[in-house]
Design a protein. Structure first.
Lengths: 292, 302
C-alpha cells in the first residue's frame, strides 16, 4: 500500500510537470514562429536590423519573438548547452554555470563554517550559563532580525573587499539559527543525564563532548539546516550586489543581457542545489537523532 | 547482618524551603553490607535524602557521613540507580555501561573495559541485547541496564531511587529476585527508596519508616527478622509462607495507613525507635491483625 502511494504520488508529480510544460508551450506558441528570412532581400534584412530586429538570429531560434519568453525547445537547447560544458571560463562575463556555482558554494561553505565555529561554542556557553544567556539575549534579539544584506555597506566599507564582504554576509546570516538552537539544545539536556555524569565524576570537557553534545546534536543540526537554507537564499542576493562571480551575479548578468532562458536555467539550478544542500543536512540530522 | 560499626551515618539532616520544613532531625545509620529500604508517603523527602547521600543535592542542616568522611558532593564511591533509568539513548547498552566504567577506571584499555562491561551485562542477563539501543528495550530491561551500570563501577554504596516503580508486577518480581541474588553475592551496601511494602520485606535487612511531611522524620526502624539468605527461604516465591512475613508486613502497613499521619509536623521522635515485629508476643499471629511490636530503646549513634 505504501509503495503504491509513492507510485501514485510520482505519477501525479509527472502529470503536474507535464501540465506546467504544456501551459508553457501553449503560452509561447505564437512567438515561436519567426519571419521567413528567405523571403527578405539583403536590403530588407539590413533595414530590419536597423529597427532593432535580427531576422537571422530569430531564424536560428536563439531569442524569442514578441513576448521575449523562450519556448520549450529554446529552453531545452540552453540547458543542454550549459550542461554540456559547465566549467568553461572565457573571461569575467562568460563563465560556465559550474564555475559560477562553485564560487557561490565556496562562499557559502566558508561563511557557514566560520559561523558554525563561532555559534556552536558560544551557544554552548549561553546554554550552560543562565547569566550569560540573560546578558546576551538583548543583543541577539536586536541583531537577529536584521536582514543580512543591510550589513553589506558596512562590510564593504570596513573590509574593502567585495569577495570577503559576501562571505561576511553569509556568516552573519547563518550565525543566529545555529547560536539559538545550540543554546536551546544545550539548556534543555535532561537533568538526569547530567546527574549520571555528576555521580560518575565526569570531567567538564568529557561531559561537554560525551553527554551534552550528543544530547543536543539533533537540535544543533536543526539550527545548522535552517542556517544553510538561509545562507543559500542570501548568497544569490549578495552576489547580485557585489558582482564578479557566482550564481547570483550570473542571474543578474543574464538579466542585463536580456537572456531569459539563461535566467530561467539559473533559477532552476539554484533550486536544485538548495534542495541538495537541504537533503544533505537532513541526512546528517537523521544520523544524530536518537529515539528516546 | 548489621554490624556495630556504622558505615553510613546521617545526623540531624534537615531540608527546608524558606519556612517550609520538608524534614528535620533525620537520624539513621547503615552498616557495611546492609540492605536498607526507606518507606514513606510521597512528599516526605525520601528522594531528597537519597540525593543528599548521592551528593547531588545539599541539605539545609545536618550531616551525612560515609566511612567517617562527610558527603560533600557526588562520588564514584556511591552508585545511583535513577527512578527513570537515565540511560543515554544515543548509546547502546554496551557503551552506556562502558561510559561509567571508563569514568571509574580511565586508565583501562578498550579490551579491559569491554570485558568488564560484558561481565556486568551478563550479571543482569542482558548479554543478548548488549548492542541494542535503550529505545529497543522494554522498561524492565532498561532498568536492568541501569542496575548493571551502577554495579559496574563497584561502588562502596549503592543508592536506588524507587527503581522498579514504573515496572509491571511480573517484571518487578523478576528483577527483585535478581537484585537479591546479586546483593547476596557481592555483599553490596544498599540504600533504597520504595513504595512497595513487599519489596521492602523481600530485600531489606532493615526498613526505615518515615512519617508524613511537613517536618517528616525517620520515625521507626523495623528490623527484618527473616533470614536474608535466599537459600533459607528469603525468596519471592516462598516469602509469604514464613509466619514472620505477615507480622512485619502488618506492622509496616499499619504504620503507613494510620500512624505516619499522626507523626507529621515533627511529632515523630528525633531518634527513631528500633522495632522487631513478631519477636515477642503471641505465638500464632493471624494475617489479619497487626502483630504487637516490641519496641527497643535505641542506642545513640556516635
Amino acid at each position: 500500500m505504501k509503495q503504491s502511494l509513492g507510485l501514485r504520488a510520482g505519477l501525479l508529480s509527472l502529470l503536474l510537470l507535464g501540465l506546467l510544460l504544456g501551459i508553457w508551450h501553449l503560452a509561447t506558441l505564437g512567438s515561436a514562429a519567426p519571419a521567413p528570412t528567405v523571403a527578405m532581400t539583403a536590403e530588407e534584412i539590413e533595414y530590419a536590423k536597423l529597427l532593432g530586429k535580427d531576422p537571422g538570429r530569430e531564424a536560428g531560434g536563439a531569442t524569442a519573438g514578441k513576448s521575449g519568453f523562450p519556448t520549450l525547445a529554446q529552453m531545452g537547447g540552453v540547458m543542454v548547452k550549459h550542461l554540456r560544458s559547465p566549467f568553461y571560463d572565457n573571461g569575467p562575463n562568460d563563465k560556465g554555470i559550474g564555475v559560477q556555482l562553485g564560487h557561490s558554494l565556496a562562499r557559502v561553505a566558508l561563511g557557514f563554517v566560520l559561523a558554525a565555529l563561532v555559534a556552536i561554542p558560544l551557544g554552548f556557553v549561553i546554554g550552560m550559563s543562565p547569566l550569560i544567556y540573560r546578558a546576551l539575549d538583548p543583543f541577539i534579539q536586536v541583531l537577529k532580525p536584521i536582514s543580512p544584506l543591510a550589513w553589506m555597506p558596512l562590510a564593504l566599507y570596513t573590509i574593502k573587499d567585495s569577495h570577503i564582504s559576501g562571505i561576511f554576509v553569509i556568516f552573519i546570516c547563518s550565525i543566529w539559527p545555529m547560536l539559538l538552537n545550540t543554546a536551546f539544545g544545550v539548556a534543555s539536556v535532561r537533568k538526569e543525564w547530567l546527574n549520571v555524569a555528576r555521580t560518575l565524576e565526569v570531567r567538564p570537557l568529557r561531559k561537554a563532548f560525551e553527554v551534552i553534545l550528543p544530547a543536543a546534536a539533533p537540535t544543533i543540526l536543526t539550527g545548522m539546516r535552517i542556517s544553510m537554507g538561509i545562507a543559500w537564499l542570501v548568497i544569490v542576493a549578495a552576489e547580485m550586489l557585489v558582482g564578479g562571480t557566482g550564481i547570483g551575479y550570473f542571474v543578474w548578468n543574464e538579466w542585463n543581457n536580456l537572456s531569459l532562458p539563461n535566467v530561467i536555467f539559473a533559477i532552476l539550478v539554484i533550486g536544485v542545489v538548495g534542495m541538495l544542500l537541504d537533503l544533505m543536512f537532513a541526512r546528517l540530522q537523521k544520523a544524530v537523532t536518537y529515539a528516546d | 547482618m548489621p554490624t556495630e560499626a556504622e558505615f553510613l551515618k546521617v545526623e540531624a539532616l534537615e531540608k527546608r524551603y524558606g519556612d517550609a520544613v520538608v524534614f528535620d532531625s533525620v537520624n539513621f545509620g547503615i552498616a557495611l553490607g546492609e540492605f536498607v529500604c526507606i518507606i514513606g508517603h510521597s512528599g516526605c523527602g525520601k528522594t531528597t535524602i537519597l540525593n543528599v547521600l548521592a551528593g547531588l543535592e545539599s541539605a539545609t542542616g545536618g550531616h551525612a557521613f560515609m566511612d567517617n568522611r562527610e558527603i560533600a558532593g557526588p562520588s564514584l564511591d556511591r552508585g545511583v540507580v535513577f527512578q527513570g533509568h537515565a540511560l543515554m539513548p544515543w548509546l547502546s547498552v554496551r557503551r552506556n555501561i562502558a561510559f561509567a566504567v571508563r569514568s571509574k577506571w580511565p586508565q583501562w584499555g578498550r579490551a579491559q573495559v569491554d570485558e568488564h562491561v560484558q561481565k556486568y551485562v551478563a550479571m543482569v542477563g542482558l548479554s543478548a541485547a548488549i548492542d541494542k539501543k535503550p529505545s529497543e528495550l522494554s522498561g524492565g530491561m532498561k532498568q536492568r541496564v541501569g542496575i548493571a551500570r551502577a554495579f559496574a563501577i563497584q561502588p562502596r554504596m549503592l543508592l536506588l531511587d524507587e527503581p522498579f516503580g514504573a515496572l509491571d508486577a511480573l517484571t518487578r518480581g523478576t528483577i527483585q529476585d535478581e537484585l537479591l541474588r546479586i546483593c547476596a553475592e557481592t555483599h553490596q551496601t544498599v540504600f533504597m527508596i520504595t513504595h512497595d511494602v513487599d519489596e521492602a520485606i523481600l530485600l531489606a535487612d532493615r526498613i526505615l519508616l518515615m512519617s508524613n511531611g511537613p517536618q517528616a522524620r525517620v520515625a521507626e526502624i523495623v528490623k527484618n527478622t527473616m533470614s536474608r539468605d535466599p537459600a533459607k527461604g528469603r525468596q519471592r516465591a516462598t516469602l509469604h509462607h514464613d509466619p514472620q512475613y505477615y507480622r512485619i508486613r502488618n506492622h509496616l502497613v499499619d504504620f503507613l495507613v494510620a500512624r505516619s499521619k499522626d507523626l507529621s509536623h515533627g511529632r515523630a521522635p528525633a531518634q527513631p525507635l528500633q522495632v522487631s515485629p513478631g519477636l515477642e508476643g503471641d505465638p500464632e499471629p493471624s494475617p489479619e491483625q497487626p502483630a504487637p511490636a516490641r519496641v527497643l530503646p535505641l542506642r545513640h549513634v556516635a
